[in-house]
Design a binder for this molecule. Structure first.
Ligand SMILES: [Zn+2]
Ligand SMILES: [Zn+2]
Length: 489
């Protein structure tokens, strides 16, 4: 593939596509080319040219993101100057602020948008040659990320530039995985200490990710553990040995099933007893004043087996009626038929700032996730926010309280977002740039049937003001767990 920035003449015939640098001329040529009239060889070239053009546009987009990040709405917030805001709770990051703005606009989760914005800013400000390679269509966005994140482990600027240049030479002809391998080898050659530092950092970032629904089968999910290999090996070896022992003793389940069941049994036992057994007996933390539970919302008729209406597993989504009834047989089931059906009964006015138990229960049942348009954080790990702040005369009640993840709470309190509760249920958000997004009310279990039969929660909803679509079904915002710190607001 030969490309150069200066070579931006319109192609003469389709044979020119492979030689044309990305930009307006290539864009026009691609729009006008008729794939049906091309031979196989040329169609391959046209497909590759599209790829280069898309990379080029990502570089163009990165410059726009970086430009926006420097503007007043995103570059600063009150926490930067106001000493009354406790900085321990908030270190301002313009990539976060601009990412939040772009999240519903691009229908990416807040975390996806923040990571994207962070890389865009770094590319434009610190990694010019990587940005240039992207702009020329020589590397993809993912390869740019691999290179930038990789060389950031080197603290010597000269070494960084050296490694970056060598990677950029090879990257166009490599898969992402090959590039990863080359990068790892170069990093340990450039600085043997890097491997140790990266391992320490990887160890620091060990985590258990929340379950992610399987796209194909309702009620099936997968879960990822990331951390030191030896710890995971210990867990797997133990579960495997237990499974083999049960199998040898005549259990009819296969080894995969037994390993899974043994591991999940740890969770069910802990929820039943309130204690997570292990070398340290850990008493489970409460969430919003309730013991930790797996919450399902089940219509009474379904629980009684009269019908099979869809049920909701809190923080996760729909599960089949049969699965919900299985959970309901277990003693840890709590919330069932206890949800008030009329939110108007739950208005406490100015009598109390912190939401009473009945209100919390109602809010968490009404909104099973953070109510930001693109955020999927389960509501039981969210803060309960006052839409109109208490200091500004806001009341405590179903018409002003809603769950917000910590990241979205910061966006609203410090970064210029506002939220309005709509009369018909649902919410209207307004971004710092002035874009508005409507979040329709969520359809959950009995509430849907008794209170708002006319409003199901659609996947998309065009906003009357901007025509923007909001998407409410994306990955969870796995930001800071709000339970680990008291909220700063
Ligand atoms: Zn800030
Ligand atoms: Zn959120």
């Amino acid at each position: 593939m030969s490309t150069s920035a200066s070579d931006s003449q319109p192609p003469s015939g389709t044979r020119g596509l492979a030689a044309t640098a990305p930009g307006p001329a290539l864009g026009l040529a691609l729009e006008e080319c008729q794939p049906r009239q091309l031979d196989d060889y040329d169609v391959v070239d046209a497909i590759v040219a599209c790829q280069r053009q898309m990379a080029h546009l990502q570089a163009v987009q990165a410059r726009m993101v970086q430009e926006l990040s420097g503007r007043e709405n995103y570059a600063f917030c009150v926490a930067c100057e106001d000493t009354e805001v406790d900085n321990a709770f908030h270190t301002h990051d313009r990539a976060d602020a601009v990412g939040q703005e772009l999240s519903p606009a691009l229908t990416w989760t807040p975390n996806e948008a923040k990571n994207h914005a962070g890389l865009a800013i770094e590319l434009v400000e610190e990694h010019r040659s990587v940005l240039r390679a992207l702009e020329q269509g020589r590397i993809s966005w993912n390869k740019a990320r691999i290179i930038v994140r990789g060389v950031s482990w080197l603290h010597d600027a000269w070494l960084q530039a050296e490694v970056e240049d060598r990677l950029l030479e090879d990257a166009p002809g490599m898969t992402e995985r090959q590039l990863h391998r080359r990068l790892n080898r170069m990093l340990s050659e450039a600085d043997p200490d890097t491997a140790r530092k990266r391992r320490a950092e990887g160890r620091k970032k060990r985590r258990v990710c929340p379950p992610v629904p399987d796209d194909d089968v309702t009620g099936i999910a997968s879960m990822t553990l990331v951390g030191p290999a030896e710890d995971l090996a210990a867990l797997y070896t133990a579960v495997d040995a237990g499974a083999r022992a049960l199998r040898a003793a005549g259990d009819s389940r296969n080894l995969d099933q037994l390993r899974f069941d043994l591991l999940c049994q740890i969770g069910w036992n802990a929820l039943a007893t309130g204690v997570l057994a292990g070398p340290e007996q850990v008493r489970l933390a409460n969430r919003h004043g309730r013991p930790a539970t797996v919450n399902v919302t089940v219509p009474i008729t379904t629980l009684l087996g009269l019908d099979d209406q869809p049920c909701q597993l809190a923080g996760y989504g729909p599960i089949p009626a049969e699965a919900a009834r299985r959970i309901a047989e277990d003693a840890v089931l709590r919330r069932l038929l206890t949800d008030p059906v009329d939110g108007r009964l739950l208005e406490y006015g100015r009598t109390t700032y912190s939401p009473p138990r009945a209100l919390k229960d109602f809010v968490l049942a009404r909104d099973s996730r953070c109510v930001f348009p693109t955020c999927d954080t389960p509501s039981d790990v969210c803060d309960i926010d006052h839409g109109i702040p208490w200091e500004d005369g806001g009341t405590t009640g179903a018409s002003n309280n809603h769950p917000l993840s910590r990241g979205c709470h910061v966006a609203k309190t410090l970064h210029g977002w506002s939220i309005e509760h709509l009369d018909w249920g649902g919410y209207r958000w307004r971004s710092p740039a002035g874009h508005t997004y409507t979040v329709p009310p969520e359809a959950v279990g009995p509430i849907r049937h008794l209170a708002r039969p006319e409003h199901r929660r659609p996947r998309t909803d065009p906003d009357p003001d901007t025509g923007h679509q909001t998407d409410t079904g994306t990955d969870a915002d796995t930001g800071t767990d709000p339970d680990s710190d008291p909220p700063p607001f």
